[in-house]
Structures are given as C-alpha cells and as structure tokens.
Ligand binder design. Sequence first.
Ligand code: ANZ
Ligand code: ZN
Ligand code: ZN
Length: 865
Amino acid sequence: MKEYNFKEVEEKWQEKWNKNNLFKTENVVENKENYYVLVMLPYPSGKLHVGHARNYTIGDVISRYKRMKGYNVLQPMGWDSFGLPAENAAIQNGAHPAIWTKSNIKNMKRQLKLMGLSYDWDREIASYTPEYYKWNQWIFKKFYEKGLIYKKKSTVNWCPECQTVLANEQVEDGKCWRHSKTQVIQKELEQWFFKITDYADELLEGHKELKGGWPDKVLAMQKNWIGKSYGTEIIFTVEETGEKLPMFTTRIDTIYGVTYAVVAPEHPIVEKIVANNKDLKEKIEAMKNTDIIERTAEGKEKNGIATGWHVVNPVNGEKVPLWVADYVLMNYGTGAVMAVPSHDERDFAFAKKYELPMKVVINPKGQQEIINVNEMKEAFTEIGELVNSGKFDGINSKKAIGVIADYVEENGWGEKTVKYRLKDWGISRQRYWGTPIPALYCEKCGMVMEKDENLPVKLPEDVKFTGNGNPIETSEEYKNAICPVCGGPAKRETDTMDTFVDSSWYFLRYCDPKNEKAPFSKEIVDKWFPVNQYIGGVEHAVMHLLYARFFHKALRDINLVSSNEPFKRLLTQGMVLSNSYFSEKENKFLFLDEVELKEDKAYSKKTGEELFVKMEKMSKSKNNGVDPEEIMSKYGADAVRLFIMFTAPPERELEWNENGLSGAARFLNRVWRIILENKSYISEEKIDYSKASREDKTLIRKLHQTIKRITDSIEDNYHFNTAIAGTMELVNEIYLYRSNVLGTKKETTESKKIFGETIRDIVIMLSPFTPHFASELWEEIGETKDLFNIPWPQYEEKLTVSDEITMAIQVNGKMRGSITVNSNATKEEVEEISFKVDNVKKHIDGKQVVKVIVVPKKIVNIVVK
Ligand code: ANZ
Ligand code: ZN
Ligand code: ZN
C-alpha cells in the first residue's frame, strides 16, 4: 500500500489547481446562485501568522462547502499594502517602501498557496498600486462633491525633534518612537475629514438589517461607538463677561444640584480667561499636551485647575465656580459640563479631590430624610425622587428629565438635543506611503481638485526617507504643480489618506478588478452584494467595519451600489493562544525550543530551572508565536487546517497544542489506510436496502446520521468542530465494519456497495477541510471528476433512524422480557418471536394461552390460564 506522503500530495494538487486556475470565478453562471465569501485582506508584514491561517482556513472551508452545495462561489484575496511599517522600514534601512512591500507580498502569497486556499487569483488587488489608489482619489472627489468631505483644524501628535507628525502607534508612553527622551506634544493642523456623522443615525438603523447575521457583540460595540444620547443643551452665563456658555447634559433632572462647572482645556473661553495670567496659561498648556487617550481613560485620576471665574445657573440664578479639567473633551457635546458631584461619579471624585461643595437633589424613593452629603462615600446615581429642586420636588427623577427639559425650553434657557459620540473621520496623514489626496492650492483659484483625466496623482519617486518631516515634501516636482482650473502654478496637497480608506471598499473592486473606466461596474457588483459571509478578527469590530458600512451607504447615495449594507453575515474568529514559558532567573520568556517538557512541567534546557507556563495570546513579546509555514512543513497543510477547525468553534479562542496537531495527522493516516487497503471493495452499483443485513444497516444509518450532522453543523453557525467529530465517529464505524463484515462470511454484494458509498462520502465530506488529502484519495478510488465540484452528499431522513423497534412482553400483565423486531414485522411474526424468549417460555409452559394482545410497536401481552 502506498504511504500517505503529505508533501508529495500537497505539491501535486497545488500545482494542478494553480496551473488550470481552477478557482477562477465568473460573475454569472447559468442556474447557479452567487455566493460571496470574503476574508479580511492581510497587511503584508512579511510572513503569515497563525491568526491569518485560522481566518483563511475558515473562509476556505465555507467556500469549498458552498461550492459543493451548488453555488457559484467568489473567494478573492488581496493586500492592504499601504501604511506605516513599510515607511518605517524605509527610514531604518533605506529601501523604498514599494520594494519592501512587493517582496513581502511575494512571500506571503507563496505561503497562502501552501495552505491550499481556493482563491480566484485573477482578482487579486493591492492597494499600493496606482491602478487601485486611482479610485480612492476618484471616490474622494465624488464624496467631496457630495459635501461629505471638509477640512478643519485638529490636533495631531508632534515630535519636536523629528519635526513631524506621529501616528498614535509611534507614540510610546507619551514619547517619540525614535526619540525616547522627547515628549510628544499636541499641535493644531488643518486636516481632511469624512463626514461619517451624517450617517450616524442610518448606521444605527442598519443594525436591524444586520441582526442575526452579525454577532450581537459587534453590533453592541458599534452602537456604543456611535453613542447616541438624548439630552439638553442648557445655557449658563459667564459672570465675568456676560457671555453664554452652553453645556450638554443627559441629566437635566439634576440641574438644581450643580455646584460648579468644568470646561475642556481646549475650550475657546479658556483663552480669554488666561489672557492676562501667564501662570494659569502654562498650567493649562501642560494639561493640553498630555496624551488624549491617557487623559480620558476610565478610572484615571482627574486633574483640574480653578479659573477664578464663575457661571450662573439659569434655572435658579445660583453662581458657581468655573474650572478647567482634563476629563472634559472638547469634541463631545459642547466641551463644557455642569457638574453635579452628588449624582455623578466623575464629578464626585473631582469634588472630593478639590474640596468643592455638593448638593443632593435626588433621594432614594420613599426615604424620609434627605441623604447627608457629608456622609456620602460615592455618588447616588440611581433613580429616585427630586429634592431641593423647587417646584419639582417629589417627582420621579427619570420623569423629571422630560419635565424639566420642557421647562428649560419654555423659558428659553436651552433646548433638547441629540448628541453622538461618533466623530467625523479624520483621514489626513502626513506620510508618504498612502494615497495622495488629489487636491491643489492655487493662488488664484484657491483649493481645487485634480481633474479626473489626471488621476491617479502618483506618489513621487524622488523622495528622501530621513525620518524628519513628511517625505513627500522632499519632492519639489510633486509639490509644484499646475492648477487644473487656470493653468497657473499651484501647490499640491502633501497629506495622504488613512489606509482605512483603502479597506473601506476593496471588496467592491474584487467584483470588477480590472475596470479602467470606473472603480467597478454597478451591474457586476449588484450580482455579488451584499457579501454573503465576511470573516475576520474582532479587533476590526469598530473602525474598519464602521468605515466600510459608511462608505457603502455613501456610495449608494451616489448611485454606485444598490445595497444598503456591504456584509450580510459576519463571523469574528477567536484569538489563537499558546503556552508561554517564563524564566524567573533570566527574567524573560523562552522559546519553545529552549524548553524541555516533562510530565506536564516545563524546564529551561539551559539552566534546568522550572518555568512558569501560561496559555496566552500569541505574541512576539511572549515568544510563544507559531510559524504556520514551519508547522505545515512538519505536519502538512491539511493536518494544520484540520487541527484549526477541529479544536474550537471559529468564534472561540483556540488553544494551540502540538499533540492536537499530531492527532489530526494520525487521523488522516487512519483514513488513508482504511480506504487504500480496502479500495478493491468499492463498487458503483446502487444499494438495494431490502437486502441489507443488520450490520449493513447500522453502517448506513451512521452514514446518513453523519451527513445530516455535518451538514447541520456547518449550516448552523459554522460549527466545524462538531462536523469533524462526526466524520471521526464514522471512520471508527467503518473500521468496525471492516473487521466484522468485510472478508467474513457476512460479506455480501451489498456490503461492498455500502462500504464503497460510505468511504466515497467520507472523502467528499473531508474535502473542504483537507482538500489535497481528499483529492488524492478521490483519485485513488478511481474518481476522475474534480472533487470540489462534486455535489455535497444528501441524507435521507428515513435512513437516519433505525427501522428496528423494541417491544415489551408481558404474561398476564407482568413484564417478562423484550424483543427487537423490524418495525414493519407482522402481528404473527411478533407473536412467534415472543414465544421463543426464555423467560416468557418459563411462564407459559404447561398453561393454556387464552389470547395474545399486540399493541403495535409497544407491547405484546400474552394471557394464560
Ligand atoms: C450633568 C450630569 C449629572 C451628568 C449627572 C451626568 C450625570 P453621555 O451619556 O455619554 O452622552 N459630559 C457632557 N459633555 C462632556 C464632555 N465634553 N466631556 C466629558 N463629559 C461630558 O454623557 C453625557 C454626560 O457626560 C453629561 O451629563 C455630562 O455630565 C457629561 F448626575 O451633566 B452630565
Ligand atoms: Zn522624534
Ligand atoms: Zn488656478
């Protein structure tokens, strides 16, 4: 018998698939419904990691399964290939980002092919190519014309040493990534924004369409990110100047409890306050420069500065002090907050820290005496009854929100408003490796967009990557351009676009990747959209998935697509974890090959020290990463795919372990052996079920049960682990069958057919998971058609249930035994067998049988005298 050599098998089939481009997909196939399987396109960092391997295996299994179910399946792949790492590499070793990017793509593509993934490589796209980013620019112009893009001043991270803007990832502990001693400061710059907030409501509304198809968790995260809240904007008056200071509150019911007010350090009023106070000005500048992420982190201590100014509460005329505090954000609400320390946790902590007064305005329902502020350990944030609130005393606080809001509106002190947490999307990057923004600045015409026929505005080549400033600005040729309107001199915009722009519509380009006249044809896109199944990491739950949804709706509104939502179903795969090994002596994590494993314990090979073992997310810092290519060369791609799919349901965490992997490899060998050793039994004739023996029937039943179980578990939320477990049980069953039936007296012409049909179905059902392995077996059993186009096996419901039944036998109403008979046995047959049961015989011997009552399929009662 030929041994299973995964290397040979995998190479052979990969070559075949590649040579004939077997997974090329047409946009229309007669009599087939389209099904679009999309996996999140990778950033070409250089090497695939296990997270990719998991994501792409899931996508491939779904694609292969759907193909066998008769769909015309599209499964494309591409490269999210603009971004910082390529530029950082250029700064560090001088190679142009394009060279670095291309060689990384090449290597990762080779690795993807090793995995046996069924992509239509003819549709491959890479966002760094002018053929792709030309359409980013084109779409940018369309959005601009639609009023969806504008410029405004906004703060950026700035390294005074590099003289450049830093991305958030380049700020480490508030310092520059290249200058560990240089404090990063915040600087105001003109930036481009996409008006995603125009779609805030629709993005929320869309959840109705996505419910059921998307994980609830992701919808909840998006909802939270959009953060719609209903509130009141109430206008306080600044005592010192008489100007109006509107504040946004969701809790107007607490208006009588305001004891001070706070503004963000960036609030315009602050400039007036510090105008003649150098000391105060410096303090506030320092506050502004602390990292915004750190500033607003939950549980973070709040810092404030008293201004000496006051504001007046319009409702009761009370004068309260005005503070500046770091926890107030300028870009939420109005950037000013009425503080109610007795009923808000943040305000409470702040008031305690700075010894500011408090006043209780809500009391627990039914409680006689009012809460004593001096005894409060924390804010009272529950619903209760209003107190100390003038004519509103006694009202339920929740109801009071509406009542007092009306009162405020009636008196012209403010109005009810809706606020969103969602901010407009800032897409300007002062970077080289991204899509150039197609705008120019002409002395005569002002800001103008480049003409369509001049797109793409290509990235300049004559640039220097020094780490100082934006590399694009080192190209004189690029900067000095011609105004497309008047033909005079103009300066080209040097900002490039956030790479999230690239990934907001790439899935549309896959449908029509070579179109030179438009980003894609609407007609073709409509044949594929919405994407039937999108698969990727949960880390993209908010930004990427929200931006992509926004893009889709905006594209719909300029009549480029018809669907409202891009992705019908979303699967977020779980993380991959593996053991980390920490050495206390060396104070570092060891690599697996530096570790000796003995009886559940781990020791350092070098020092013999026992190590701390912990399952953790794979990461460079823990030295617990697994290289998919290395693992595939050891066990084969099919075993790796099988292991990944068997070990955990796709949305759960997956704990990597080599024993599991070698278990998967052993299973494949087991399947290989039984099929190859017995392939001479395979027959193509139809099974005559009426001739099947009891053993035959058991196997047939197990086969149909397994088809049902696998089909259901794939259809029902992709629980591939259950599907594979089903196949494993079926394989056990054929091993039993072989030793009990094949080659024994029980063997009949039916046995061969039954065995043949079972292994044929096993091969088909394994093929989405282990495609090379299954293709080879398919060929071995004499099949000649392409396995991936073979229809998925059908089960017959009636064959999944046993046709044998067990009946109880009673003698004069007393239980004396039971019999197993065929469910369609006649009354006579049932009687005849019943009389043969030993314990029954004992009780009727020597007696006269009066009658036999048969309750069909249940009881045989023999009445004797
Ligand atoms: C008074 C008050 C009393 C508040 C109380 C809360 C509880 P959501 O629901 O998330 O929209 N706030 C308003 N603008 C802010 C800003 N720019 N930075 C920080 N905090 C701000 O939050 C709205 C509440 O957050 C508002 O209601 C306001 O505090 C605060 F017992 O006003 B509240
Ligand atoms: Zn720096
Ligand atoms: Zn001009």
